[in-house]
Design a protein around this ligand. Sequence first.
Ligand SMILES: [Fe+2]
Length: 174
Amino acid sequence: MRAFTEWPVEVPETDTPPLKVPAVSQVETLSCSDAELTRPLVQSIKAAANEGHWIQTYTEEQVGRHFLANYGYFELVGPKGHFHSNHLRAFVAYWGAGLKYDWHHHEAEEIYLCLAGGATFYADGRAPVKVSPGKAVFHASHQSHAMMTTDQPILTLVLWRGAGLAGLPRMDNA
Ligand SMILES: [Fe+2]
C-alpha cells in the first residue's frame, strides 16, 4: 500500500456529515475473519461506522435491491472525503456475504486491501484471485474487474491514484 502512493501530508478534516446505508449495521457487528495486521483498523472502522458518510454508486436498476441492502462505502480521504486530498482517494468499502459485484471499470488506478472477511476478485487478463485479510489486489486504469463474496462478507480499504481520481466506477454493461 505504501508503494502504491505517497500518503499526503496535508489531509485537513472536512465537515462531511454522517450518512447511513442499511449495511452500516452489518459493519458495526462484523465478526468475520481478520488478520493481526488489519485488526486495529477493523476495530476502528466498526467503532466509527456511524460517523461515516456512507454512499452507494449504483442504482437498484443496475445492481438490484439485495445488493443495495448489503453494500456501501465512504470516502475517508479524497476530493469529497472526511479528510481532503486531491492527490489520493481512500475509501472504506463493505460488501455482505453472497454478493456478485458485476464487471465494472474506472480511469483511476486502484488497490484493494482486504481488512476482514474475503472475496474472489476477477480482472480482465488475469486469473481470479482469492483475497483474505492483509492481501491486496491491483487494478490498472480502465481494467475491467468484478468481485464475488461467498460465505463471508468483505471489508476493504481501497486506494485510488492518478488520472480520473475524482471519477466514478461504471458498470461495463451500463
Ligand atoms: Fe474498482
